[in-house]
Design a protein around this ligand. Sequence first.
Ligand SMILES: Cc1cc2nc3c(=O)[nH]c(=O)nc-3n(C[C@H](O)[C@H](O)[C@H](O)COP(=O)(O)OP(=O)(O)OC[C@H]3O[C@@H](n4cnc5c(N)ncnc54)[C@H](O)[C@@H]3O)c2cc1C
Length: 385
Amino acid sequence: MLDRKHPGHVFDVAVVGGGASGASATYHLSRAGLDVVLLDRNDLNTEASGRNAGSLHGQIQHEPFLEEGAEWAEAWLPALRFLADSLTLWDDLSDDLGTDLQVAKKGGILVADDVSQLAAIERKVALENRIGIPSRMLSADELRSLAPWLSDAVVGGELCPIEGKANPLLVAPAFARRAVEAGALVRTQTPAVGFDRDGDTRVIRTPGGDVRARRVVLAGGDGMPDLARHFDLDLPISSGAVQVSVTERVDPMVAHLFYYAGGKLTFKQAQSGTLLIGGGWPARRNAAGEWVVNPDSLRANLAMAIRIAPMIADLALLRTWTGIGNGTPDHSPIIGPVTAEGDVVVGFYPYMGFTAAPLMGRILADLAQGKDPGLDLAPFAPTRF
Ligand SMILES: Cc1cc2nc3c(=O)[nH]c(=O)nc-3n(C[C@H](O)[C@H](O)[C@H](O)COP(=O)(O)OP(=O)(O)OC[C@H]3O[C@@H](n4cnc5c(N)ncnc54)[C@H](O)[C@@H]3O)c2cc1C
C-alpha cells in the first residue's frame, strides 16, 4: 500500500473542516473502518466549535419565533427534531469518546418578566410538544423554587427538560482523538483551495499538495460558501461575529440553561463554576477589519443578565470573546450531496451547530458511505434556496 502521506494515495473519504461537525464525521467514518483524512485550514476547533457558549438547545428559539412567526416555526420542526435526536446522542458521548465532556442536561428555562410574553411561550410549547419534546409552562412560584436567585419580576416561563450544556473546548478534539486512534489522519494548516476530478477520484488542492479521495465531506462552517462554490452551488449562509462572556468561579447555583423572553440572553454555569453569558450580541469590526468585542453589546448583555439574575452584578467578569456565527434564511440546516454522483456531501447546522454536531457527524458519515441515514433530509436539501 502507498504511504498515506504519498501524493498518489487515495483515501476513502476526505473531510474538510475540523470543527465539531467534521471531527464527528471523521470519528464515525474511521470507526466504520474507512481510510479517512481530516483537513483544516487552521488547527482543530479554532472557529465556532471552540468559541461557542456550550448550550445544548432543544427548544424553538424565542427570538426567531417572535420575529418569523408560528408558520415559520411549524416549517422548522424537522430541524428541531434533528436537535432533539442529537441531544440523545450527547447522553453517552463522554463514554463513547473516553473524555469527560462536562455534559449536563438538567433542562433549559425561558424566563418571562412580563405577562404579555406568556401567550407566545404557550404557543411555542404547544409546537414543541407536537413533536414529542416534553416542554411545559412554569409558574412564577415554580421558577423561584428552581432558581431562588431569580429577580422578583419574573412572572413565569417554560421548562424544556431535554436541554443542557457541555464544554466546547473538549468536544471536537475528543472526536478527533478517537478518530486518530481508529486510524484517521489529521492534517491541520491545510486549507482546501480547489477541487478537481481524476476518474472516480476527487482531487483536493491544498498549498501543501493534492489530497485524493473517493468521497468528500464538506463541514467547513463559515468557510462553507467558498467550498460550495467549487461545486457551482451558492449557499446563502450569513456570517457575523457574536460575543460570549465568562465570570469568575462561584459555588454551584445555576443548574439550568437560562434564556430570557424579553431579549437576547442565555446563561449557564459551567462545571468549573464560571457563568457563561451570551445570547447572540454582535461584536464589531476594528479599523483593521478584525472582529473585536463590542462594548455596547457587552453592557446591554450584562444589564439584561442582571435584570433577570441580580446576583450576577456581584461577580467579576473575566473575559469576553468573539466567534463567527452563521445562519441560513430559514434557520434550517444544509445537509446532502452537492454533486450528481453524490460523492461530495455537505453538512451545516445554523446558529446551534454545537448541539447538532453528534448527529451531524453520524449522518455525514452515512451519506459518505452511500448508506440511508434513516432521516428525511428533504427539508435540508442544499438545493432548496
Ligand atoms: C459565539 C458563539 C456562540 C455559540 N453558541 C452556541 C451554543 O451555545 N450552542 C450551540 O449549539 N451552538 C452555538 N453556536 C454555534 C456553533 O458554535 C456552530 O454552529 C458550530 O460550532 C458549527 O460547527 P462546524 O463544525 O459546522 O463549524 P466550525 O466549528 O466553524 O468548523 C469549521 C472548520 O472548517 C475549517 N475550514 C473552513 N474552510 C476550510 C477550507 N477551505 N479548508 C480547510 N478547512 C476549512 C475551519 O477552519 C473550521 O475549523 C455558537 C457560535 C458562536 C460563534
